[in-house]
Design a protein around this ligand. Structure first.
Ligand SMILES: O=C(O)CNC(=O)[C@H](CS)NC(=O)CCC(=O)C(=O)O
Length: 277
């Protein structure tokens, strides 16, 4: 599959008001469509960014009752564009924990793929920030690719970015574009965000599209912003900075094959023995 597609990252500051988050996403989506984008991506926790357990309980709904999914399916159909809801928390029937779930809608509004975040952000940062994502969310255990008319996507979410094997697996499964919707912390974003995203693009010869949360959220969290679109050779095509807004870039799918022809590292994997302890 080939051709050129205009992709957009919708950079948001999501809070705990479901309707307000949908309104922000819809406003940014219209701006992206006005700029000619036909593939729209929303960040992690686009539906709500809320970790306080007493509030979280009221926000979680089953996938088919999740308002952000319903709204973005309708918007996709209305504008005839594909929309990736980077993630929202989804209540599960068979687990007290929720899923941190990405859903992709095609231009007819039909759901094309569902991905549950695999790697849980259980981290204590030196500045005192502490996260226990696994207390609230059940990790996924399955990598996911999805086909749009113009190419194949490999899905991931935020902290997954630190696990290169996932992206290599997605590239070997035929992905040409990797999506990394995120809500990165400010200190880890400053230190690692751009270099990790560029590394994943370079290692796999894929475009990388990383829509991000930004700013200060109602629960007191701060996120790094800098939604990024990276080309397969590693160049940054667009960077959203720190304000909410939209960035777009044209993805020429021929550049995937070009980057992989220049350095065919993806075809040079080896089976190796582990080191002796
Ligand atoms: O907790 C919430 O409110 C919403 N969840 C998130 O924002 C998620 C899980 S805690 N954040 C990350 O994965 C940040 C990863 C990151 O920053 C890194 O890898 O450095």
């Amino acid at each position: 599959m080939s051709g050129t597609v205009r992709a957009a990252c919708l950079q948001m500051t999501s809070g705990d008001d479901l309707d307000a988050n949908i309104a922000e996403a819809a406003d940014l989506a219209r701006r992206a469509v006005d700029q000619g984008a036909t593939f729209l991506t929303l960040p992690e926790n686009a539906g709500f960014l809320e970790s306080r357990p007493e509030r979280l309980a009221g926000l979680l709904k089953p996938e088919d009752g999740t308002p952000m999914f319903a709204a973005m399916s309708a918007l996709a159909r209305q504008h005839g564009v594909a929309v990736l809801v980077g993630s929202t928390g989804v209540k599960l029937a068979d687990d007290a924990r929720a899923a941190n779930r990405s859903v992709l809608f095609g231009p007819d509004g039909v759901r094309l793929a569902t991905y549950d975040k695999i790697h849980m952000f259980d981290v204590d940062l030196p500045d005192g920030e502490s996260y226990r994502e696994s207390a609230r969310y059940r990790p996924g255990d399955r990598a996911v690719v999805a086909d749009l008319g113009w190419g194949r996507l490999g899905l991931s979410i935020c902290y997954d970015l630190r696990f290169a094997y996932l992206y290599r697996m997605l590239a070997h499964a035929g992905a040409q574009v990797l999506t990394v919707p995120s809500a990165f912390t400010v200190p880890t974003g400053e230190a690692h965000w751009h270099v990790l995203l560029r590394a994943r693009a370079i290692e796999t010869g894929c475009f990388v599209i990383a829509p991000a949360q930004t700013g200060t959220h109602p629960n007191g969290r701060r996120t790094y912003g800098h939604s990024l679109i990276v080309a397969p050779w590693g160049e940054v095509l667009a960077d959203a900075g720190t304000e909410p807004g939209v960035i777009v870039a044209d993805l020429d799918l021929a550049r995937v094959a070009e980057a992989r022809a220049r350095v065919p590292a993806l075809t040079h994997d080896r089976k190796i023995a582990a080191p002796k302890a």
